[in-house]
Design a protein around this ligand. Structure first.
Ligand SMILES: Cc1cc2nc3c(=O)[nH]c(=O)nc-3n(C[C@H](O)[C@H](O)[C@H](O)COP(=O)(O)O)c2cc1C
Length: 329
């Protein structure tokens, strides 16, 4: 029988009442982890995919537009829905509203973005442990879904309090904690301090999910080994590179990079999924960055990027993509 053992390659795991086929997740990423992107990474093996962060205020006061972020498909299940907000009652109301939209509910207590922090949400909550506790308590009361929280190491270098927030999360009934071990002040600079993940894991009984600087399969293996975390969450490393998930799930330590024809097939599939869900206007605006990421490292990538950025129709994106990857094959 398979065991839930941290230092082994990916394996099934439980978060609360939810059983997952493996412990390699796609991180919540605003502007990135939309439905088409999640479908692609799911097809490459992600055990759990997270929505973009969704405003609790938006859900409660401005339903329709915010609810669009909750669009999902059967194929990507189980979906984790991430909410952000600062008011315990509003977060609880939003949690009740999304009860049927996801298999797991995650609360964002790590976002460093100014606009979010100014509203008292995201990483601002790291400075308010009492409010953070009240939020988790209020949400726990209204949902039977597995409940998780995603945090950073602290507000800044002199207020590292991930152990305190982790303990609070556990006491208030959270089923897992994800740690991106940088402070709010650090943003994305410097190196993620994986030793914080190890410390948190050593302290908590509930599962700890590690995030931060996972760009290659070897990083995933090393984070598991160094921290004994229960699961890992890939983020920027998955840009144009869903193969990171496949390679991290494989036992091999020397994965083969995808050939250009394979990259083309996935890039075009991503494009078509995007078009299907969001229509031509948004696809033209939003797929450019993804297509450029799929071309990274190939010799003609610079001129492909220029063509993609100058394209004025989805058909032009398709044409440029086919021409580029076929020439690289
Ligand atoms: C563009 C972008 C958007 C992000 N959006 C969110 C978000 O909505 N919610 C969240 O909890 N974290 C968000 N994050 C943080 C990631 O989930 C992850 O913790 C972080 O990028 C560290 O992992 P990495 O170094 O492997 O990228 C975002 C990161 C990026 C780069």
């Amino acid at each position: 029988m398979r065991k839930n053992c941290a230092n082994q390659p990916c394996h099934f795991m439980r978060i609360g009442s939810l059983t997952l086929t493996n412990n390699l997740f796609l991180a919540p990423m605003a502007g990135i982890s939309d439905l088409p992107f999640r479908q692609i990474t799911k097809a490459f093996g992600a055990g759990l995919v997270f929505s973009e962060m969704i405003s609790a205020n938006g859900l409660v006061f401005d339903g329709r537009r915010t609810r669009a972020l909750l669009r999902s498909s059967a194929q990507e299940q189980p979906l984790a829905v991430q909410l952000f907000g600062s008011d315990p009652d509003i977060l609880a109301r939003a949690a009740a509203l999304v009860e049927d939209d996801g298999a797991l509910l995650d609360i964002n207590m790590g976002c460093p973005v100014k606009k979010v922090v100014r509203g008292g949400a995201g990483s601002a909550l790291l400075r308010e442990p009492t409010r953070a506790a009240a939020i988790l308590r209020a949400v726990r009361r209204v949902t039977a879904r597995p409940l998780t929280v995603k945090i950073r190491s602290g507000w800044d270098g002199v207020s590292l309090n991930f152990l305190e927030i982790g303990r609070i999360a556990q006491e208030e009934g959270a089923d897992a904690v994800t740690l991106h071990p940088r402070t709010r002040a650090e943003g994305f600079t410097g190196k993620a301090r994986w030793e914080h993940i190890r410390e948190l894991k050593a302290q908590l009984r509930i599962p700890v999910i590690g995030s931060g600087d996972l760009f290659q399969a070897a990083d995933v293996h090393t984070m598991r080994q160094l921290t004994s975390c229960d699961a890992v969450m890939v983020a920027r490393g998955s840009y144009g590179n869903p193969w990171l998930l496949r390679d991290s799930l494989a036992a091999t330590t020397a994965p083969q990079p995808p050939v250009p024809a394979e990259r083309m097939a996935v890039a075009l599939e991503h494009l078509e999924l995007h078009l299907e869900h969001f229509g031509a206007h948004r696809t033209l605006g939003e797929m450019r960055k993804h297509l450029c990421w799929y071309s990274r490292g190939l010799s003609g990538a610079a001129s492909y990027r220029a063509r993609i950025n100058a394209a004025t129709s989805v058909e032009a994106l398709r044409e440029a993509t086919r021409a580029f990857f076929l020439a690289e094959s």
